[in-house]
Design a protein around this ligand. Structure first.
Ligand SMILES: NC(=O)C1=CN([C@@H]2O[C@H](COP(=O)(O)OP(=O)(O)OC[C@H]3O[C@@H](n4cnc5c(N)ncnc54)[C@H](OP(=O)(O)O)[C@@H]3O)[C@@H](O)[C@H]2O)C=CC1
Ligand SMILES: CC(=O)[C@@H](O)[C@H](O)COP(=O)(O)O
Ligand SMILES: [Mn+2]
Length: 380
């Protein structure tokens, strides 16, 4: 039996995880849930799954929920509340599916308490990957990737010797603006940016996919999860999102993981590894798909991808800056305060203004994050 706490249970990954829990009551018991502000959905989830504790980030919403549900479930709030749900004594695995680097402290707290992590929240690794991986090693816990590309790499490595890995190839859908020139990007709207060609996801990651920042973050995420240098991580655009990523070994044999785009597969594997469980996803019909295509990403048009490689090259606190500035810029775009093409411009400006801190500890990461957010906000 898996005893699972979900950080971000009201989101796209969170609700899909709860669907899996509903279909497998003999295999999963949900012990903790959390949301930012959405207490209506959280209340429904509490009545179905009866967790022992839930966290609501927003204090007022937490008080309102306490009034609604009485004493049946403990309601905690703020970042300390999130950390409490992440370190619940009865949980043996924490699924981290909040949006943004707000997930960093709860993830560290969970690891400190010896919990395995099923990690969807990639911003945590972008902002503080060195802290998370060091803590995971110290505590001997496992981090199972939920992100589809990283789950694919994880699966391609199963049964292979890690020392035989030559490089990995992350696939990118290319987003809704694949093939656009810089000139074409000037006309894009929020509505178009929110229409991902293959995946239905939360709003922030959907915009990150459109700028290719999502792929840039996935490069940094892969560096930490699989202990790679940037020369070992390639990105190829694959518009059909059927091949989820590939690993090339030293004998130049390349293994790919494939399937229709559906997050249930990586979520299930992260929760139940090494076991695979049945689901209702269709069998892959390659003859019906017919053609799978691949092309080079255009980093002159989609500058966010290039910025992520630059942030790895510079190292230290730079990826933290990239993530923080991006959270602010994407939020501004979602609120129609800036144009799509301003997102990379803001990131580049803040990166240029930053004085690198090498090997920042948690306090320094949080301080740099605050600095970059304030700087980015001042450019909007
Ligand atoms: N969706 C997908 O298919 C994939 C997502 N990911 C990653 O998983 C993470 C979640 O993505 P997704 O599920 O799409 O996002 P959603 O926006 O759908 O959900 C985000 C969840 O996090 C909560 N949340 C948001 N901000 C905060 C905050 N400041 N404090 C506490 N809780 C917060 C939300 O609560 P509320 O509902 O109250 O706002 C919600 O429960 C992201 O890091 C994303 O990059 C990775 C691969 C695929
Ligand atoms: C489902 C998932 O893992 C997302 O991160 C997805 O990869 C987004 O697609 P692109 O960033 O490739 O457009
Ligand atoms: Mn992904």
């Amino acid at each position: 039996m898996k005893y699972v706490s979900i950080l971000g249970s009201t989101g796209s990954i969170g609700t899909q995880t709860l669907d899996i829990a509903k279909e497998n009551p003999d295999k999963i018991k949900i012990v903790g849930l959390s949301s930012n502000r959405n207490i209506d959905l959280l209340e429904q989830q509490i009545s179905i799954f009866k967790p022992s504790m839930v966290a609501v980030m927003n204090e007022e919403k937490a008080s309102e929920l306490r009034k609604r549900i009485g004493n049946s479930t403990e309601v905690v709030s703020g970042i300390e509340g999130l950390c409490a749900v992440a370190s619940l004594s009865e949980a043996n695995i924490i699924l981290t599916a909040v949006t943004g680097m707000i997930g960093l402290e709860p993830t560290l707290r969970a690891i400190e308490r010896g919990k395995d992590i099923a990690l969807a929240n990639k911003e945590t690794l972008v902002a503080g990957g060195h802290l998370v991986m060091a803590k995971a090693k110290e505590k001997g816990i496992k981090i199972y990737p939920v992100d589809s590309e990283h789950s694919a790499i994880f699966q391609c490595l199963m049964g292979n010797d890690r020392k035989d890995l030559h490089k990995i190839i992350l696939t990118a859908s290319g987003g809704p603006f694949r093939g656009y020139s810089l000139e074409n990007l000037k006309d894009v709207t929020l509505e178009k940016a929110l229409k991902h060609p293959n995946w239905s996801m939360g709003r922030k990651i959907t915009i990150d996919s459109a700028t290719l920042m999502n792929k840039g973050f996935e490069v940094i995420e892969a560096k930490w999860l699989f202990d790679l240098n940037k020369e070992q991580i390639e990105v190829v655009v694959h518009p059909q999102s059927i091949v989820h990523s590939l690993v090339e070994f030293k004998d130049h044999s390349t293994i790919a993981q494939m399937g229709y785009p559906d997050m249930k597969v990586p979520i299930q594997l992260a929760l139940f590894y090494p076991n695979r469980i049945e689901n209702s996803i269709e069998s892959l019909n390659l003859a019906q798909i017919g053609t799978l295509t691949f092309e080079k990403p255009d980093i002159n048009v989609f500058r966010c991808l290039g910025l992520s490689y630059e942030s790895i090259k510079i190292g230290g606190s730079m990826p933290t800056v990239l993530n923080a500035a991006n959270e602010i810029a994407v939020d501004a775009f979602l609120n129609r305060k800036i144009h799509f093409t301003e997102i990379p411009q803001i990131l580049e400006k803040i990166m240029n203004e930053h004085n690198i801190i090498q090997n920042p500890d948690l306090d320094s990461v949080l301080e740099v994050d605050r600095w970059a957010r304030a700087k980015a906000s001042s450019k909007i």
